[in-house]
Structures are given as structure tokens and as C-alpha cells.
Design a binder for this molecule. Structure first.
Ligand code: NAD
Length: 272
């Protein structure tokens, strides 16, 4: 039984991981800005006989992370696994156009690269990158002391090849993959392994507007993705469970610093 801290645990992907890991007997600390969502998952885990605690945390505020750590230490003891799941994109950091085109970009209503404001870009960079770095600074302290631990970051397909429209999100996820390698080396002498998941396309609330129409049929972008995914489907949150479990357990003892694509073959396919 391990104490597992998950940020963004009220969200679609990490709530699924929280439930699956709790089922195996681990103690789960669910951290989220949206405390109602995290509490709902914690209650569901406890109803099934599992151990969970939900805490309101802003991954961008170190004080709030330290407060959460103190509470977790009292309740469950030291953190042994950290899953950095809080993250996402924002419409303010998303262009309307795929390619810059001087003939159409003069239309005022079109949000091009040139109209992206600093605040939207900074929001996405901070949430994804700083929101991974700060919880690591706080929770890895327990692991350093124990000389053992596992950190799992959540990168994305975007980190291998940027997707159109979302330059800040792609850049921030590339930074997470890079940081995963850096941290793996940095912590290699103190028994902490650091790896990342790179989910491909999962149909969730975060991207539903981009991938499907109101009637559930695919948007042009959704269709392009499916055509470029050799396994010809979107992933489900459950597809992340076995890799996460593997990276937290002894079976992956010689593995650190990798970013595992879970993407139906998207990153392997050139399109031709
Ligand atoms: P989600 O929006 O369902 O969950 C994200 C959670 O993070 C939410 O519960 C939200 O309240 C929380 N959060 C946001 N800002 C926070 C903050 N400042 N402090 C604490 N919590 C905060 O998203 P998801 O689809 O479950 O994605 C989880 C992770 O996986 C993200 O890092 C995302 O970028 C990544 N990812 C998702 C996909 C996908 O297809 N859904 C693909 C690749 C990578």
C-alpha cells in the first residue's frame, strides 16, 4: 500500500487513475482547485471501502501545496508517488486558424497568432509547467527523505510534434517532457524515478468542443485525428491505468526519464 498524491484528481483522466489505484489498496490524496469534483471522487472511493482524502489546492501556490502536504502526512504519512495531473489548454491561447493566410487573416473576428494575449499564453504555460514543478518541489521532499519514490508527469502527444492552433499548450507539454528527463537524472542518486505519460487523443470535456459537434459527430479536426491514428479510435481514460501502475511499481525499477506515448500509434504514423 502506497500513499499516492494526485493533482488534478477531480478531472477526467486523473479521477479514473485515482479510482483504479484506490481499488488496489493505495491511499489516495486527491488535490484539485475544484474541491467539489475531488471530494466527489474521494467519497466514491470511500464508499467502496478505499482510503482517500480530497484537498483544495492550487498547484500554482506553494503555500497551498505545503498545507496539503502537512495534512496528507498527518492522515496517511509520507507521499510515495506523485502524479502531476493538473493541466490543460485555454481558449485564450488557441488560434482560430491552422495556417496563417494573408488573404483571410485580415478579418477582424479571426484570432490569429498575432492576437494571442500574454495572459492566455502565460496561464497555459504556468498551469502545465509550473503546475508540475511546484508540486514536485513540495512532495518530493518526502521521497528524498525515504530515498525512494515515483513521480509521474502528464505530458502529451503535443510534446513530440506540436498540434496546430495551440502553441502555448504544445510548448508547455514539451517543457514537461524535458523536465521529466532533467528530474530523472537529478533524482537518480536518491531513489526517485521520474517518468511521464503522453496521452494521445482522449475524448474528454476539455477537448469535446474541438473534436465533436453538438450531435456527437466528428468535427473536421476530430476526423483528421482519427485518420492519423492507426488504431482508428480515441483513447479512454482507462487506457492510462496499466502504464501508470507499471511506472509506480517495482517491475519498472530500471526505468526512469521516459515519456510513454499512449496514443493508438498517432506518434508513430507519418500520415503516408
Ligand atoms: P480535466 O480538465 O478533466 O482535469 C484537469 C483538472 O485539473 C481539473 O479537475 C481542474 O479543476 C484541475 N485544475 C486546473 N487548474 C488547477 C490548479 N491551478 N490547481 C489545481 N488543480 C487545477 O483534464 P484531463 O483531460 O483529465 O487532463 C488531465 C491531464 O492530462 C492534463 O495535464 C492534460 O493536459 C493532460 N492531457 C489530456 C489529454 C486529453 O485528451 N484529455 C491528452 C493529453 C494530455
Amino acid at each position: 500500500m502506497k500513499t499516492i498524491v494526485i493533482t488534478g484528481a477531480g478531472g477526467i483522466l486523473c479521477s479514473t487513475l485515482a479510482e483504479a489505484l484506490a481499488k488496489e489498496g493505495h491511499q489516495i490524496a486527491l488535490l484539485d482547485l475544484n474541491i467539489e469534483a475531488a471530494q466527489h471522487i474521494a467519497d466514491s472511493i470511500k464508499e467502496k471501502g478505499g482510503k482517500a482524502i480530497a484537498l483544495k489546492v492550487n498547484v500554482l501556490e506553494k503555500g497551498s501545496l505545503v498545507q496539503a502536504k502537512n495534512r496528507i502526512n498527518e492522515e496517511f504519512g509520507a507521499c510515495q508517488v506523485l502524479i502531476n495531473g493538473a493541466g490543460g489548454n485555454h481558449p485564450a491561447a488557441t488560434t482560430d486558424d491552422l495556417f496563417y493566410d494573408t488573404s483571410s487573416n485580415h478579418k477582424e473576428e479571426l484570432k490569429t497568432f498575432f492576437n494571442l494575449g500574454m495572459s492566455g499564453i502565460k496561464f497555459v504555460f504556468d498551469l502545465n509547467f509550473m503546475g508540475t514543478l511546484l508540486p514536485t518541489q513540495v512532495f518530493a521532499e518526502d521521497m528524498v527523505e525515504a530515498k525512494e519514490g515515483n513521480i509521474i508527469n502528464i505530458s502529451s502527444m503535443n510534446s513530440f510534434q506540436p498540434l496546430t492552433k495551440i502553441p502555448a499548450y504544445s510548448g508547455a507539454k514539451a517543457a514537461i517532457s524535458n523536465f521529466t528527463q532533467w528530474l530523472a537524472v537529478y533524482f537518480s542518486k536518491v531513489g526517485i524515478r521520474v517518468n511521464a505519460l503522453a496521452p494521445g487523443f482522449f475524448l474528454t470535456e476539455q477537448n469535446r468542443r474541438l473534436l465533436t459537434q453538438e450531435d456527437g459527430s466528428l468535427t473536421e479536426r476530430g476526423e483528421t485525428i482519427i485518420k492519423r491514428t492507426p488504431l482508428r479510435k480515441f483513447g479512454t481514460p482507462e487506457d492510462l491505468i496499466s502504464t501508470t501502475r507499471w511506472l509506480c511499481e517495482d517491475g519498472s525499477n530500471f526505468i526512469t526519464g521516459i515519456v510513454v506515448p499512449i496514443d493508438g500509434g498517432f506518434s508513430a504514423f507519418s500520415g503516408v
